[in-house]
Design a protein around this ligand. Structure first.
Ligand code: LLP
Length: 423
């Protein structure tokens, strides 16, 4: 459930008409609903608690939408942060999320990032490989502390979704194999500068079937038991993120309650473990839209109709990158008969096509449209391609809104560049 709905003939975010935001901030612009973010977080966490999973750490995946105001909204409810770079750790800290709720993941952490994470005192560093384990041990020794580590294990489970976002197969670059895990865990247990806390997995994103999760989580439980049987202490089990959301083109996928109930069953009777989760999309996707204006409608005499928007693939890359579906809604509701359109941006490549042959009501220059479900991996993946200023972001709270990231000026866009001083 989200708080984008038509009121009085116009699409609103909570009690704020989207046209009001377009007038004040211009388009394209991302618009997020505070109430929806809060609801999604609360529903997710409550479902886990209800399923008997104790007091789980819900470390929201910053990569989905790392705007500091979004992080602060979730952090105020008790959310932690799953981070994959020094920049993301800094965002989480800037949002007031305490270090003991921050998880640091990622396959290629640099020495500098590891040092920063250890000095910050993050709750766990998720180790993805043996070379990385060595590096963490070295850095921890140089700082004279014990690094809290969790081994990310690759459960070798295929998890549907798009190939570019599946992470849990042995051929993917993520995590140590089950075979390596026990040996590395034992080595780390005997190391004066490493403090192995537990194990983690993350099998992919936009997963709309519980079976692969169940397979992976059962294997993870088996691993916890096997490690314990060898005398090792395992107190944390991080089950990653990945739960899918409805993108309006599919029947409702399993929600947090189904997901949590399945985990409750798989983990029944497993004692003395604190569970951690790293949800991103399920919290943020349906809490945001990308608002755009129609620049013009180009109707070819042969019949193709191109609806050209002022938003482009640099603002929302998911359709170009993953053939992702986003519902596109006119902000002003109409009963006019829909006609098929190709919805495109102004960027000079054919990939800048959001969709083809999508039935839409007739729209003209200046009309507003909203790309639904764009709150996750939307602004976070935006770029300045074609020298288009980074898209701004707005957070709505009832009938008020705040510009939480403004549109840069052209001077700001050019400010980091220095012409080389040679001829
Ligand atoms: N934890 C780890 C270690 C991850 O790699 C990810 C996402 C998450 C958590 C959060 O997954 P979520 O709950 O959001 O599915 N850009 C792509 C999605 C990439 C996901 C990468 N990892 C897209 O737009 O679909």
């Amino acid at each position: 459930m989200n708080h984008f709905e038509v009121r009085g003939g116009e699409l609103h975010c909570e009690a704020t008409p989207l046209s009001r935001i377009a007038r004040a901030v211009g388009t394209p612009v991302y618009v997020y609903s505070r109430a929806t973010l809060e609801r999604h977080y609360t529903v997710f966490r409550d479902a886990l608690v209800l399923a008997g999973l104790g007091d789980p750490l819900v470390a929201y995946a910053v990569k989905a939408n790392g705007n500091v105001s979004v992080l602060r909204t979730l952090g105020n409810l008790g959310a932690g942060a799953d981070t994959v770079s020094e920049g993301e750790i800094r965002r989480a800290l800037a949002a007031g999320i305490p270090p003991d709720r921050i998880v640091f993941s990622g396959v290629g952490k640099t020495r500098g990032e590891i040092e920063f994470a250890l000095r910050t005192g993050v709750s766990e560093i998720n180790v993805e490989s043996e070379p990385e384990l060595k590096l963490i041990a070295e850095v921890a020794e140089s700082l004279a502390l014990r690094a809290p580590i969790v081994f990310r294990v690759n459960p070798d489970v295929a998890a549907g979704g798009h190939a570019k976002i599946a992470t849990g197969k042995a051929e993917n670059k993520f995590g140590v194999s089950f075979a390596e895990a026990a040996r590395l865990y034992a080595n780390a247990s005997n190391h004066p500068h490493l403090n192995p806390l537990g194990v983690a997995c993350h099998i992919g994103s936009q997963i709309t079937d519980l079976a692969p999760f169940e397979a992976a989580f059962s294997r993870m439980r088996g691993l916890v038991e096997a490690l314990r049987a060898e005398g090792m202490t395992v107190e944390r089990l991080d089950l990653g993120g990945g739960l899918g959301v409805p993108y309006f083109d599919m029947p409702d996928p399993p929600g947090p309650a189904d997901y949590a109930a399945m985990i409750g069953k798989v983990m029944a009777g497993l004692e003395s473990v604190r569970f951690a989760f790293e949800p991103g999309r399920v919290i943020a996707a349906n809490a945001g839209v990308l608002l755009a204006s129609v620049t013009h409608l180009h109707e070819r005499p042969e019949g193709r109709r191109f609806l050209v928007l002022d938003a482009a693939m640099n603002d929302l890359i998911r359709p170009a990158m993953y053939d992702a579906y986003h519902d596109i809604r006119p902000v002003r509701a109409t009963d006019a008969t829909p006609v098929p359109c190709d919805v495109v941006g102004p960027i000079c490549e054919t990939g800048d096509t959001f969709t083809r042959d999508r039935p839409l009501p007739p729209l003209k220059a200046g009309d507003l449209v909203a790309f639904m479900s764009a709150g996750a991996y939307g602004a976070a993946m935006a770029s300045e391609y074609n020298s288009r200023p980074l898209v701004p972001e707005v957070l709505v709270d009832g009938d008020r809104f705040a510009v939480i990231r403004r549109r840069p000026t052209y001077d700001e866009m050019l400010a980091l560049e220095t012409p080389a001083q040679w001829r």
